[in-house]
Structure formats: C-alpha cells, structure tokens
Design a protein around this ligand. Sequence first.
Ligand code: GTP
Ligand code: MG
Length: 425
Amino acid sequence: MEPTNNKAVIVGVNLQDRPDFAYSMEELRNLAEACNIEVVAELTQNLPKLNSSHYLGSGKVDELLGLAEGLDASTVIFNDELSPSQIRNLEGALQKRVIDRTILILDIFAERAQTREAQLQVEVARLQYMLPRLVGLRESLGRQGGGSGMKNKGTGETKLELDRRRIEDRISALQAELEKLVARRQVQRKQRQKTGVPVVCLVGYTNAGKSSLMNAILDRYMPDSNKQVLAKDMLFATLETSVRSIELPDNKSFLLTDTVGFVSQLPHHLVKAFRSTLEEVAEADLLIQVVDYANLEYERMIEVTNSTLKELGADHIPMVYAYNKTDLTGERYPQVNGNQVYLSVKERAGLEELIDVVKAHVFQDYVKCEVIIPFAEGRLVAYFNANAHVQATEYEANGTRITMECKKSDYEKYQHLFLEPEPAE
Ligand SMILES: Nc1nc2c(ncn2[C@@H]2O[C@H](COP(=O)(O)OP(=O)(O)OP(=O)(O)O)[C@@H](O)[C@H]2O)c(=O)[nH]1
Ligand SMILES: [Mg+2]
C-alpha cells in the first residue's frame, strides 16, 4: 500500500474538550507540510474516550474513508501516537497509508539531523518506536518503516528485514556509539565548567526565535565572531546544541547555548534519545525561555516547555522569560517586568534589557573592590584587565591600584597577594 500521491487527510479526536485542540490540529498540518505532505482535508470528532480498536468511532471511520476517497488522498495522519493494533485496523478499514503524529516528528528530526550525534539519537528513537509495532505487523511495517514518505537517512530500507532481536541489537550498537560521543562532549563541558564562566541556555517552543536571539546577541556583542547559527521559519530548524562565548563590554562573559525547540506531544522516545544533547540544559546556570508572544497559544507553549524541562530534570534552574516577536502584537516594547522582558529580536529592540536581566542573575557573585597589586605580580593586572570590569587604574609607589568589579572567587583567590591600601593621612 505505497502512497500513490502526497495528499493526506489529517484526523484528530477532541478528547473531553481539549482547550488546545484547534491549535494542535494546526500544528499537525504544519508538521505534515514539513514532511512535504499536502493536507487536503481535516476531520475531527469530539469524544469522551478514544476508541481502542480504531481510535475513532466506527461511523467516523466510514466518513473518513469517503472523504479520503473523494479527495484522492492516499495517506491519513492521526494527531496522536497510535497503537500497533489501531494502525493495523485502520489500514485494513481504509486501505490507505496510516501514519501518526509521532512518526511525522521523528521523520522531521531524521531529515534535519546534521551531526552524527543527532542522527544516532533520531535513529534510536525511530527504532524504539518501531519495536512494539513489529509483532504481527511485518507487512504494514514496510509502509510504516518508510515513515511519512520523506527521504530518511538510510533507516528505512533495512528495517523490513530486521526482526525484533536484530532491532534490539542495533539499538544497543547505536547507543554504544552514542555514549562515546556523549562522553567526549561531557569532557568538553566539564572543561568549560572549570573555567567558572556561567552557562546560559536558550530554551522554548519550536519557532519561537531562539536561534534568531542567539544571532542578534552575537551581532550586538561579538560582531566579528562570524559564528551565526541557522534561524529559519520552520519547525525544528535547530536540532543540535551550539555554544557561543559572549563577552560583554564590561569584560564579563558567559556561554550562550542554543537548543532544539520543543513541541506539544514530543515523542517520549525522542525526549529520551535527546536527553544527552539536552544535558547542557540541565546543567545551565540560567535558562532564557524564548516565547513567541505573537502566537495566541503562547501560554500553552510555555506550559509544554516547562513540562518538557521537568522531564529533563531542568525545572530547578532559574529562568527568565524573553517574550519575543512583540513587534507583531499591540504590546509596548522593550519593556522589563521582573524576570520578563518583552522584546523584538527582529527589530533588535530589548536585547540590552534582556542582557541586564541575565547579568543580574549570573553575575551575582561579583564584588566591587579596590586593591593594590605589587609590581612583581604584574600578570595579575593583566588577568583582571581581561577578566574583570576595571574602572580605574593608578600607579602608586609600591604597586598598581585597581578599582574594579571582579568575581568574588577571583578576589578570594588572589587576596593574599594584594597590598593593603595605605591608610589616608
Ligand atoms: N516578527 C518577528 N519574527 C521573528 C522575531 N524573531 C524571530 N522571528 C522569526 O521567527 C522564525 C523562527 O526563528 P528561529 O530563530 O529559527 O526560531 P527557533 O526558536 O530557533 O526555532 P527552532 O530551532 O525550530 O526551535 C524566523 O522566521 C524568524 O525570522 C521577531 O522578533 N519578530
Ligand atoms: Mg533554532
């Protein structure tokens, strides 16, 4: 039952009046389009409880068949993760290719994954999704294995022949390779942590503007760095974390990390597979949650982001909110309200305000001090010039007098070398 065209009907059940139902259907349409599938119709049903054999009520299955036939759609996409038997029963009743929300998301990730690590993670998630769907499903697995039909990197063809045991072996082999990559990245991360530079992570719903914000901050503070990341109007533009060092004019610096975006009903296997990539998030000193404030569903997107963060064990990390795309709303910007900054990355408005809020969080342990550094310790003057915000430098008889704001830990570390300032006469 290979699809004869790329036309599809999307189907959703509004279970007990889900408040975000309409938006989740719109999102399913976007996910399908990201897989090059043309959505020709939408069918929905209000139900108090899902039908365990066919997901939909039986009358509705007939209606779906009529609709799909009439519009010549060869694929039907469900707004949920279907069970193996639901897929089998629906394919039997409809004689169409049946796919679900999970496989769409997995396919998009498979298509977008650039690094070996991301590719391995996606493949593990795909195989784990396939595993319970193997039993008695050899035949329809051929169709499912092709996923949404989008080209995917070599996981499709072999899947048919693999039995459960071999899939399990493959998952273990991939995981072993993955562990090596993860270990290498952990070493890099530990090295960064040792330097004591705070780590700030951009998190949030897909397409909120995280990568655009990263680029705008790079533009503003590191104009010569040439280290822009990809930002694009599509779901899941970013699949790998990128870390950039940001040096502020007052010599304080922090590391800024851009991460993969979240989406509602992010497949559980995928969250698990990406856990290692997202470990950076769980170890950050501060999270900046970027919110698409122009999206009417922004509050729900915040909820989804917060619950995904919880799943990743990152819900204890302090967070500031960057309400982005305010240019598309009637709201005044830039505007700061405690930990919430209303800004527009597009208009480059509110960046400094956001950075001030970030600074207040991550540089709390800075102290203002006035010290005299003996001439023999000249390297310390150079060190503070590079790593602290030096406000004044004067040369005195026995050393260099520096007025500065520096890290408390640095102050304590070098305190024994400082000379006592001469008491004023
Ligand atoms: N109008 C408007 N559009 C913006 C603004 N900031 C970003 N965008 C647009 O939003 C889209 C998504 O931006 P990205 O930066 O790729 O979003 P992201 O959060 O990194 O998305 P993922 O990587 O998919 O999770 C792009 O088309 C941006 O041009 C803004 O302040 N105003
Ligand atoms: Mg991005």
